[in-house]
Design a protein around this ligand. Structure first.
Ligand SMILES: Nc1ncnc2c1ncn2[C@@H]1O[C@H](COP(=O)(O)OP(=O)(O)O)[C@@H](O)[C@H]1O
Ligand SMILES: [Mg+2]
Length: 266
């Protein structure tokens, strides 16, 4: 709707951005670099951050960065994950139907992981997204993956991704066995004011717009509303672009943003 009004060739502030069009800051690049290293070393890494700050997007970029001829990435994100579904999900991505019983499926997966490494010469990296939703039993099950040991090396890279409370839980005594295995912990933070401006710019460039659409005070307002969380920036920007187009404003100023935030997003 607003796209034609602003002369856009694609819709900004959506999750459709290809990896190369994503906004990069020194902090996102640092987290990405550490995850690439974790994959190379086949480490157990935990990535945490608040809701909507870009955790899943970082994994998407990681997948695009890692060479498909070297790594085999298996990704699961399922809030109702049970051990059976976990093995089934991973095996399906490898093109196999999981055996019915959990123990069988688990042995089947371990065997396939050995084949990926030994026969295909690929390094498996298992990513479990939304891991803050997993119960204790499920987290233990995920950790057991690291116990397939054929040699002194870790059998796979494992990345748990979840909201901040995942880390709080892993700090509890009950999770000491898991915590001790963690090789790397990354926290994805909120964007600061300058990064919010860069983020908005990246989305506009993806949409084919090379002139500023948001006035500086409007960016301040988006920053305050969103607290620097990408998903909320998307929301504020999309709503204000719609409002501006409907009311024939070429520039989104502070008045528009305030009106949209108070009226539609409060
Ligand atoms: N670096 C980025 N560049 C462009 N858009 C991003 C970036 N990070 C996040 N987003 C967008 O913000 C939204 C929320 O990101 P997401 O990765 O789903 O957050 P989380 O997994 O932390 O809840 C998505 O629509 C995503 O496309
Ligand atoms: Mg996510």
């Amino acid at each position: 709707m607003f796209e034609s009004f602003f002369g856009m060739t694609a819709t900004p502030f959506t999750r459709d951005l290809p990896p190369e069009a994503l906004y990069q800051s020194s902090s996102t690049s640092e987290v990405l670099g550490r995850l690439v290293y974790a994959a190379q070393r086949q480490w157990f890494a935990v990535v945490t951050g608040d809701c909507g700050v870009g955790k899943s997007t970082t994994i998407r970029r990681l997948t695009a960065t890692l060479d498909a001829g070297t790594y085999k990435i298996l990704y699961v994100a399922d809030s109702k994950l049970t051990p059976r579904h976990f093995y089934k999900g991973l095996l399906e991505q490898l093109g196999y139907e999981a055996k019915f019983y959990r123990g069988d499926a688990k042995r089947q997966l371990h065997r396939e992981i050995e084949i990926i490494r030994g026969v295909h010469g690929l390094q498996p990296v298992v990513v479990v997204d939304e891991a803050h939703l997993l119960d204790r039993e499920m987290l233990e099950e995920v950790r057991f993956l690291l116990n397939v040991r054929m040699d002194s090396q870790s059998p796979l890279g494992l990345i748990l991704v979840g909201q901040t409370e995942l880390w709080d839980r892993l700090s509890l005594q009950a999770y000491a066995a898991i915590r001790q295995r963690i090789d790397l912990q990354c926290k994805l933070g909120h964007l600061d004011r300058a990064q919010v401006a860069g983020y908005i710019d990246a989305h506009l460039r993806y949409a084919g717009v090379d002139h500023p659409v948001f006035a500086d005070p409007a960016i301040d307002a988006v920053f305050h509303y969103s607290g620097g969380a990408a998903r909320l920036i998307n929301k504020a920007c999309t709503h204000s672009l719609l409002y501006a187009a409907q009311n024939n404003h070429r520039i989104v100023d502070e008045t528009i943003i305030s009106r949209v935030i108070k009226g539609e997003l409060a």
